[in-house]
Design a protein around this ligand. Structure first.
Ligand SMILES: NC(=O)c1ccc[n+]([C@@H]2O[C@H](COP(=O)([O-])OP(=O)(O)OC[C@H]3O[C@@H](n4cnc5c(N)ncnc54)[C@H](OP(=O)(O)O)[C@@H]3O)[C@@H](O)[C@H]2O)c1
Length: 226
């Protein structure tokens, strides 16, 4: 399948590399795929020139990556996701599934970041993206786990769950099928429509504290019920 990834940080690179290696055709989009940007060091990730050489995937503009994808993934900084997706172009996202991995974390006051009030409480980033792109089927998924776990859930040696939310059952079924075949996810908790993104995004403050408690990002949550 052709996959477009918007965002070239640790998440875009991890997802794109694994998808390319499992037989998909990946185009990853950044704002300015110039030589300078391709060689720029990135936080917890490779310079994109090295990533492309290692994975065989393509780095391009955000609109070109969105146009390439039959499924598109939003892997941009959450406070900038709406701007990034506007740049990618509503026309390039229309009629497609957009997997939204981003979190509306505001880092302007340093660490720890906080959920931005404009994108939380009575709304969420996932909902705001769905409102801004009504012709696109937004599926919130993968935002509550580290990128290493996203692409290899088996490295946590226990049962654990992936939360998913979105308005279209068919779109969620397609996303689950992709995440199972490419990454090995087997246990999904479907939170219903895209309003469920309020819940998964609101997990980030506790996720960040658990990272500190566990001293590793390699953990996840499991729902246990009577
Ligand atoms: N890191 C993880 O393990 C993890 C886990 C779960 C969820 N997430 C979420 O996944 C998302 C991506 O995280 P990340 O750590 O890979 O990368 P990131 O540093 O949060 O974001 C990287 C991307 O955001 C784009 N961006 C930044 N400012 C922009 C702007 N003003 N307009 C358009 N695009 C802009 C950048 O574009 P350029 O390349 O053009 O600069 C870059 O490609 C975040 O929302 C994060 O909360 C991360």
């Amino acid at each position: 399948m052709k996959i477009g990834i918007i965002g070239g940080g640790a998440v875009g690179q991890a997802l794109g590399g694994k998808l390319q290696s499992t037989g998909h055709s990946v185009a990853l989009g950044i704002r300015d795929p110039s030589d300078t940007e391709l060689d720029r060091a990135r936080n917890f990730a490779l310079p994109l020139r090295d990533w492309a050489a290692t994975t065989g995937a393509r780095v391009t503009t955000m609109p070109a990556a969105a146009a390439h994808g039959e499924i598109v993934i939003n892997a941009t900084a959450g406070m900038q996701s709406l701007a990034a997706l506007m740049l990618a172009g509503a026309e390039n996202l229309a009629g497609k599934i957009l997997i939204d991995v981003a979190n509306p974390l505001n880092f302007s006051r340093g660490m720890p970041p906080y959920l931005d009030p404009a994108l939380s409480g009575p709304t969420s980033l996932g909902e705001e993206i769905q409102k801004a792109f009504p012709d696109t089927q937004v599926v919130k998924a993968l935002n509550t786990i580290s990128n290493a776990v996203m692409i290899d859930p088996a490295q946590i040696p226990a049962d654990h769950d992936l939360f998913i939310a979105g308005n279209s059952d068919a779109a969620k079924a397609s996303v689950k099928a992709l995440l199972t075949s490419a990454f090995g996810w087997t246990s999904f908790v479907d939170l219903g429509d895209i309003v469920g993104a309020r819940g998964t995004e609101a997990l980030l403050p506790i996720w960040i504290r658990l990272w500190g408690v566990n001293q590793t990002p390699l953990f996840n949550l499991k729902m246990v019920r009577a």
